[in-house]
Design a binder for this molecule. Structure first.
Ligand SMILES: [Zn+2]
Length: 258
């Protein structure tokens, strides 16, 4: 898989770094050009060609995409500017996948949003746009996580198999070499959930992907207070609600803003 076109898939039910992979490039001048597709703009019933006026739009994929860019901007200082062209992040409505390319690519930057995608998933995808990898793919994860045996087996046996599960395992679970990391962050928006509806519905083992080690539990206890004011579903490890302090720090540092 060519690193410059590394698509990270987020399946509908699941998931959730302060970590940046070695091959990932930051956005020049800490500015991300974006273009909303006609399809996605239609979901907000707007005449606008970009995010201008988004706060007044009806709840829709376009509204969530613009809100997500605004949230990342407020937390990191990175700017999103509407601009057409090959180098811009193309934001599409996609019936099949909610996904994003990672960091700045010369061409082919995109965010795909499923019509029913929740806000946390979309915020997560824009984290990839800003260069963040999955926290649980850090090379030091074994200090903090115990992967369930079935997942470890997949990692060892998938090889080049092309079935859906192996494609997902290869893209979202191997350890990756990172160029920039914060302390390990179980509270990251970029960490997958430990417990959830099964990521692959036909196999209930996928409802529990890992457990925390003693050090993982200590890291969780230390990071959770930042979410004290959020609703209950967000006050837990690997939440899927908000940009964590370390997520924001990593993006700022990666773009020379820290
Ligand atoms: Zn992801």
């Amino acid at each position: 898989m060519r690193a410059w076109f590394f698509l990270v898939l987020l399946l509908p039910l699941p998931a959730q770094a302060g970590a940046v992979m070695k091959s990932t490039k930051p956005w020049s001048n800490a500015t991300v050009p974006y273009q909303l597709s006609a399809d996605i703009l239609k979901t907000a019933y707007t005449q606008s060609k970009d995010c201008t006026g988004w706060a007044k739009w009806k709840a829709s994929p376009a509204h969530k995409a613009c809100k997500a860019m605004n949230d990342w901007h407020r937390r990191t200082g990175v700017r999103f500017v509407a601009r057409d062209g090959l180098g811009s992040v193309q934001i599409y409505l996609n019936p099949h996948a909610t996904s994003a390319t990672v960091g700045q690519l010369p061409i082919g930057n995109q965010v795909n949003i499923q019509p029913g995608a929740n806000y946390g998933s979309i915020l997560h995808e824009f984290g990839h746009t800003l260069g963040l990898a999955h926290e649980h793919q850090r090379a030091d994860r074994a200090t903090y996580l115990n992967l369930q045996p079935f997942l470890q087996t997949y990692l060892e046996t998938c090889g080049m198999k092309l079935d859906t599960v192996c494609n997902d395992v290869r893209s979202a679970f191997p350890e990756r070499e990172m160029r920039l990391t914060s302390d390990y962050d179980p509270c990251s928006l970029m960490h997958y959930l430990a417990n959830q509806g099964p990521r692959h519905k036909e196999d209930p083992r996928w409802s529990r992907i890992f457990t925390l080690t003693t050090k993982g539990k200590a890291a969780e206890k230390a990071c959770l207070p930042q979410f004290a004011k959020l609703e209950k579903r967000c006050r837990k490890i690997v939440q899927k609600c908000a940009i964590s302090d370390r997520d924001a720090w990593t993006v700022r540092r990666f773009h020379g803003l820290e």
